[in-house]
Design a protein around this ligand. Sequence first.
Ligand SMILES: [Fe+2]
Ligand SMILES: [Fe+2]
Length: 265
Amino acid sequence: MAFDVDAYARAAGPVRTDGLGDLNEQFARQPLSEDALRCLRYMHDVESHTVCYLRDLLMTASHKDPRITTFLTVWNYEEHSHGEAIGAVLAAHGEAHGEERIGRLRRSQGRFDAVRPLVSWLASSAVGDDFVAVHMSWGAVNEWTTRAGYARLIERAGHPTLTALLGRIMAQESRHIAFYAGEARARLAASPRARRITRWALGKRWAPVGSGVMPAQETAFVLGHLLDGPSGRHEADRIDALIDRLPGQAGLGLLTGTASRYAPA
Ligand SMILES: [Fe+2]
Ligand SMILES: [Fe+2]
């Protein structure tokens, strides 16, 4: 059944942090490791960067489809709330979060950031309406990897409060997956050209979430930490199997390639 975007918009909202108890107290009693905090800083920054990705995406053919813009409006709000929720965990450890970190990241983007909307517009103009299939497929891959990243951090950190909070975020990521993957499947199935261009874009241009805006050593650390060991490899294989099932996208090996690069066995 097709994703009901209006029902999603009515039910959506910021991820809830009530009922988790006093975060300051719980993390003072059982603080997270430096490795887990380093992953959370990355996740906080990238979730909070969603509005900037949205800026670029609205320059593309996707903005012409009201179903997609309704989704993106709500998606952006939910992703923003993920940044805020993770910021509360950083705050409980006495760490910088929210505007302080986000402002620093925005200022660090350099001159290329100013032309990103232009690059998006040029790419979309060159491809035409099939660009929407690329966007939806790319979104599905990024949501699959984001949710898997949270699952792996839950496993590695083994902290009950973090598990509860990230579990709530993952439930929202699952709805994002349902939208992107459903749109991607339908659009790829309908157009051989969309399948070809998407395959080229994912194979040649896709890079892990956040890698375009975060310092390279932070991306390398987070991917190495989360893709490490049999569990990390299992998640990479699982996501590649999901990508394989998108029409025309079998055998790309995006995540197994990422795992062998960042977390060699
Ligand atoms: Fe998110
Ligand atoms: Fe998401």
